[in-house]
Design a protein around this ligand. Structure first.
Ligand code: GSH
Length: 240
């Protein structure tokens, strides 16, 4: 049985897993879980992941949740090139440092911006108070500043001269607020140049294909149906 990846490319961690698998020619079956339809709460998906979130992996009888765990499993199982997750102690530690930090920083702040600027106003038709937007922008800016000043410094990539899992996980999160129409690269030449290097290392075609859904979300988002609204409204209330 082929390895299965349960994904929705609107989701940042799904994009990192998808890019990693594609870039490394890892054979897999793409199992679409449409978050907006609530597929993650269905009985079928719960057999794969009780966490009810994507991405998820099934390899025979073995099921795995959490994007970082999945990326590391794929890197080990398919012995992907060393630069993704170097054996070198300190380079690996640098990557682990970023992967540990990002969950509660850029991931939260980039996602929040997408909710406040796209999902809540356009999908749910709810008004977002300006002070919530201002506060979210400040948090996002703080995270972006840390990425530039602490994690990138003057290096081409987070762990040195080559792309690694840290850059992959970083770029997919940073593209989420971009999908809300906020050009976070404007006025940030260092971040902009890094994005270009990461996009080139991934391959521009693959990068653009994978980000098509999120980059089109702002213009394509329509008022959701009642079922989707019922799923998303309780989450929206956490943000406004
Ligand atoms: N820490 C998890 C986060 C997974 C996650 O939050 N996935 C979101 C999409 S980005 C999801 O499936 N949300 C569905 C829901 O909460 O109902 C990872 O890195 O895989």
């Amino acid at each position: 049985m082929a390895l299965e990846l349960y994904l929705d490319l609107l989701s940042q961690p799904c994009r990192s897993v998808y890019i990693f698998a594609k870039k490394n020619n890892i054979p897999f079956e793409f199992k679409k879980v449409t978050l907006m339809h609530g597929d993650q709460y269905g009985d079928e998906f719960q057999k794969i992941s009780l966490i009810k979130k994507v991405p998820a992996l099934r390899d025979g009888d073995f099921c795995l949740a959490e994007s970082i765990a999945i990326l590391l499993y794929l890197a080990d199982k398919f012995k992907t090139p060393d630069f993704w997750y170097p054996a070198d102690l300190q380079q690996r530690a640098r990557i682990n440092e970023y992967l540990s930090w990002q969950h509660t920083a850029i991931r939260v702040h980039g996602s929040k911006m997408f909710w406040l600027r796209v999902l809540i106003p356009k999908g749910l038709g709810m008004e977002v108070p300006q002070d919530k937007l201002d506060a979210a922008l400040e948090e996002l800016n703080n995270s972006l500043k840390l990425i530039e000043e602490k994690f990138l410094q003057d290096r081409p990539f987070i762990a040195g001269d080559q792309i690694s899992l840290a850059d992959l996980v970083a770029i997919v999160e940073i593209m989420q607020p971009v999908g809300s129409g906020l050009d976070v690269f404007d006025g940030r030449p260092k971040l902009n140049a890094w994005r270009d290097r990461v996009r080139a290392a991934i391959g521009t075609e693959l990068f653009d294909e994978v980000h098509q859904t999120v980059l089109g979300a702002k213009d394509n988002m329509k008022l959701m149906d009642t079922k989707t609204m019922a799923i998303l409204k309780p989450k929206a209330k956490l943000f406004i």
